[in-house]
Write a protein that binds this ligand. Structure first.
Ligand code: HAM
Length: 434
């Protein structure tokens, strides 16, 4: 048997409805905040993600799926959405159409990580990117959008952690004192942090191995090295969050795993025991240098991404069932070949008219077909036997009221349409009306 690659999984029909529900909720929230969808390729040129030799993030150095295509072009499966969106933004000159692009995306990402609960090699992200504004208010808007999503999903025990990495000048000052400080503890740093000390000392603060060592607690804090502009930016972000009554916690050690951030960085955590180390469900920040670094104009950006698997897991663990059973409008039960053919034709007319229908293709007994009508939560069951067929009649049962009638074969569609006008609470009928 051929099996799926490690770290991937199938979304089976019984789970796909909860994905649709989550995706619908995300689309609604993006509409409320006026973010428009962008779809970029799942694979990009290698250089979109591998931008410079000083990048120390695990994602870029250890986790990308890189390969040569048949023409020997170096390709990378996207490990995240931001760089691909930045590439598309520059290539399509979106900044010419509009000084501010508010974009969102959803789709699969690929990282060669050690698989565990909430961590896969193919996973899905929903992300937003706002390109063109350096206003601290839009940093706060992005965080607000994230918390709105959390609220819509009914998740509790969620924490927003936030920090500022300041602008380039502040970071340069901070880096030099940080290097000086950690140089004193070189022999205690882990192997990865020794590399980080050379390439990107800020990332040492993010190290899960060194974080618990004694010398770590007294390391200099970035907040003490922010220049006035950076301090002001951060103050305005937190003031806007306060004004919107969005609770947050300032975390001095939060630097994030990716190298493109400046100013605001944040993570959204859930307090769920089963999640263990994978309790960050969403994260993001400002990246004012990325568009220029990728060959575009000097345009600032801020964004955020959520892992959809983690959102679904958290929603399930919170006892919310997004996976409500889907109902169909009509299940046709036919007795005999001719009746089956007739039912298929009527079902097709109903389907063209927007009603979801199904019938048996496995020669099931009458009992088996009734069971299927039940299994598919049919709102109506139509039963057609030889006698009815001779008279161009069909039996129809409204399963929500148990009312039964014999109507003409031609009446099935208008009969059901008429009836469902009164099924206002039923989502199958509501979806059709919308
Ligand atoms: P990230 O923190 O690398 O940020 O990923 C964002 C979210 O994706 C994580 O919080 C997590 O929920 C989910 N995630 C990451 N890796 C995995 C995995 N292997 N399995 C399951 N879920 C995963 C970014 O990707 C940035 N592009 C976010 C951003 C957007 N910053 C600015 N704009």
């Amino acid at each position: 048997m051929i099996t799926k690659p490690k770290g991937t999984y199938d979304i089976l029909p019984k789970e796909s409805q909860s994905w649709h529900k989550l995706e619908d909720t995300i689309r609604k929230i993006c509409h409320l905040y006026n973010y428009k969808e962008i779809r970029t390729p799942i694979f990009e040129s290698y250089s979109v993600f591998h931008r410079n030799a000083t990048d120390t993030s695990d994602m870029v150095t250890k986790e990308t799926y890189d390969f040569e295509d048949r023409s020997k072009r170096l390709i990378t499966l996207r490990p995240e959405g931001t760089a691909g969106v930045a590439r598309a933004f520059i290539e399509n000159k979106l900044y010419v159409e509009d000084p501010l692009s508010k974009l969102f995306y959803m789709g699969p990402m690929f990282r060669y990580e050690r698989p565990q609960k909430g961590r896969n090699r193919q996973f899905h992200q929903f992300g937003v990117e706002a390109l063109g504004s350096s206003s601290p208010l839009i940093d706060a808007e992005v965080i607000a959008l994230g918390t709105s999503l959390i609220r819509s999903l009914g998740l509790k025990g969620v924490k927003v952690k936030i920090n500022s990495l300041g602008d380039e000048e502040s970071r340069a000052r901070y880096k030099s004192v940080l290097v000086e400080y950690f140089n004193n503890y070189k022999e205690q740093l882990c192997e990865d942090c020794l590399v980080r000390l050379e390439k990107n000392p800020l990332r040492i603060l993010d190290c899960k191995v060194c974080r618990n060592k004694g010398f770590f607690q007294n390391a200099p804090k970035i907040k003490d090295y922010l220049n006035e502009d950076s301090k002001k930016h951060f103050q305005l972000v937190t003031a806007a969050l306060d004004k919107m009554q969005i609770p947050y916690e300032i975390d001095d050690n939060l630097v994030r795993g990716l190298d493109y951030y400046s100013h605001t960085v944040f993570e959204i955590e859930v307090d769920i025991e089963e999640f263990g180390a994978q309790n960050v469900i969403g994260a993001g920040g400002r990246y004012d240098g990325l568009i220029e670094e990728m060959g575009g104009p000097k345009i600032p950006g801020v964004g955020m991404a959520f892992g959809l698997e983690r959102l679904l897991l958290a929603t399930n663990l919170a006892g919310k069932d997004l996976n409500k059973k889907e109902a169909i409008h009509i299940y046709f039960i036919a007795l005999g070949e001719k009746a089956h053919e007739e039912c298929l034709a009527i079902a097709n007319v109903c389907r063209i008219g927007g009603l979801s229908c199904d019938l048996d293709y496995l020669n099931k007994s009458l009992k088996g077909q009734f069971k299927d009508a039940d299994k598919h939560n049919a709102l109506f069951t139509c039963i057609l036997g030889d006698n009815e067929l001779e008279q161009f009649k069909i039996n129809i049962k409204d399963n929500t009221t148990d009312e039964q009638q014999t109507i003409s074969l031609y009446e099935v569609y208008p009969y059901v349409i008429n009836k469902i006008q009164s099924h206002s609470a039923c989502s199958t009928c509501k979806d059709r009306k919308e």
